[in-house]
Design a protein around this ligand. Structure first.
Ligand code: FRU
Length: 326
């Protein structure tokens, strides 16, 4: 059995540049800092499935002890993930899935439930009625498929709600905006916009404002991230009516990785909780996040102090050694 210091963990991220995934990586680093010495390789495929396959292959050549992966699209990444698994390398799939059962553990929220919660929230809490435009994620990435299915089931029992148009925004604000501009007539008669994430929801808000359309259009998104211009802020200032929290699972992925590597018991499916954030609970959520981030800063300060202490200790030893020798 290897020591923790000898582990090499590889993390293959589908896109690294957005806030949600930056948060995921930060969570991972925090948790990794509790296991000093473990080496961590991080690769960002920048939204390109082919590149992600190549990057995973490289990691296999580098002989990672465990692979964490968020697959850009399910199908194209399935063979390489199966290959890793068959070679005996434990694989943790995070947030997005492959189309196969051959993986060691999954970490993430239930995207079907999230879609369903969004649909039921529209019908029950918002008592919304009318035409819905659904802005979906990237075709072929698993949360798109699951959120879409869940949403359809969620609104099914509300007769007044029906989807008038669906477009793919590929998880990106710009793409969502371009697609919405192509369907101006439907946008004019829309009562609700449901976007598969908050950045696409913010694009919808921008286009609706820019075209001076129906200002009472209700917009809901997914993610509910803290930070400037992100979901929580938009719910707080009314740009979005609601957002469904989608936790990144960064911390849980790393803690699961160590359970697997240390041959401790672990669960195959690690489903993270979620909830709808709207005007009624957004302030509470913000408070919670502020508390967490101030605690994190404390931990980082302690870490720096510890490192300084260690350096000092080394210097003293050096002086001591020198004294002994002379
Ligand atoms: C970030 C993101 C999130 C979304 C998730 C789905 O890259 O687009 O906004 O919830 O990926 O995998």
């Amino acid at each position: 059995k290897k020591k923790e210091q000898e582990y090499l963990i590889g993390f293959s991220q589908c896109v690294g540049s957005d806030l949600w995934r930056k948060n995921m990586l930060e969570e991972m680093k925090m948790e990794l800092s509790l296991h000093s010495g473990t080496r961590f390789i991080y690769k960002d495929a920048d939204g390109n499935s082919k590149r992600q396959v190549e990057q995973v292959k490289q990691m296999l050549e580098q002989r990672v002890d465990l692979l964490i992966i968020s697959p850009n699209e399910a199908q194209p990444l399935t063979p390489v993930v199966e290959e890793a698994y068959r070679k005996g390398i434990p694989v943790i799939v995070i947030d997005r899935k492959t189309s196969s059962d051959l993986y060691t553990a999954y970490v993430g929220a239930d995207n079907y439930q999230i879609g369903k919660m969004a649909g039921e929230y529209l019908g029950t809490s918002l008592k919304a009625r009318g035409n819905v435009i659904e802005i979906m994620g990237l075709p072929g990435s698993s949360p798109t498929i699951e959120r879409q299915r869940g949403f359809a089931d969620g609104i099914r029992k509300f007769e007044g709600l029906h989807i008038s148009k669906q477009v793919y925004g590929d998880w990106l604000k710009e793409n969502a905006e371009v697609e919405l501009l192509k369907i101006k007539p439907e946008l004019k008669t829309a009562d609700i916009v449901f976007a598969h994430n908050d950045v696409m929801a913010s694009g919808a808000r921008r286009i609706i404002d820019q075209l001076q359309l129906n200002r009472s259009v209700k917009i809901i998104g997914i993610d509910a991230l803290p930070g400037k211009g992100a979901g929580l802020e938009m719910v707080g200032n009314g740009l979005l009516n609601a957002s469904v929290l989608y936790p990144t699972g960064g911390k849980e992925a790393i803690s699961t990785a160590f359970k697997i590597l240390n041959k401790e018991p672990f669960s195959k499916d690690n489903i993270l909780g979620s909830l709808v954030i709207d005007a009624s609970n957004v302030e509470l959520m913000k408070l919670q996040w502020n508390k967490i981030s101030s605690q994190q800063k404390d931990i980082e300060r302690q870490q720096t102090l510890l490192d300084e202490q260690k350096l000092l200790f080394k210097d003293q030893q050096l002086i001591l050694n020198v004294t002994i020798i002379t």
